[in-house]
Ligand binder design. Structure first.
Ligand code: SF4
Ligand code: SF4
Length: 127
């Protein structure tokens, strides 16, 4: 599994998976992680997602692929309006439109109280 390290504005933090030593926490569905980082997709991820959405590979490239990334067979999911193209909100709670088939890097991302993204989300929930 490869984790993402590329962002839409090329200056934000990376979507890596650092070792988090603290206890895991329940995801608060703030969506910060999906706005802060871009997800890497491996070829098999793309096949699963395209099949799940019932779209063509051309649709994938037109709507979801970040064409700026040309450095490997891995691809990046495009950001739209500052967030992953698959990030949606349901009554203010972040949800992933491709949750059942989301990329491996997203699947391995675990919320934790030491993560800057989750801390930001917790602040938003308290505010
Ligand atoms: S694919 Fe889903 S979980 Fe991964 S960054 Fe996009 S919205 Fe978030
Ligand atoms: S930043 Fe943390 S709490 Fe917010 S959606 Fe991502 S994993 Fe969940």
């Amino acid at each position: 599994m490869k984790s993402a390290n590329f962002n839409t504005d090329l200056s934000q933090d990376t979507f890596d998976t650092p070792d988090i030593k603290s206890e895991p926490m329940e995801c608060r569905r703030c969506g910060v992680c999906c706005t802060r980082h871009q997800a890497f997709v491996e070829p098999e991820d793309i096949v699963r997602i395209v099949s799940y959405l019932g779209i063509t590979m051309q649709d994938w490239e037109r709507l979801y692929d970040d064409s700026r990334w040309q450095f490997s067979e891995y691809r990046l999911i495009r950001h739209v309006n500052g967030a992953c193209a698959f990030l949606e909100y349901d009554n203010g709670l972040a949800t992933c439109a491709i949750h059942p088939v989301k990329p491996a890097c997203c699947d391995s991302w675990k919320p934790g109280p030491d993560r800057a993204e989750c801390k930001e989300g917790l602040k938003r929930r308290v505010a």
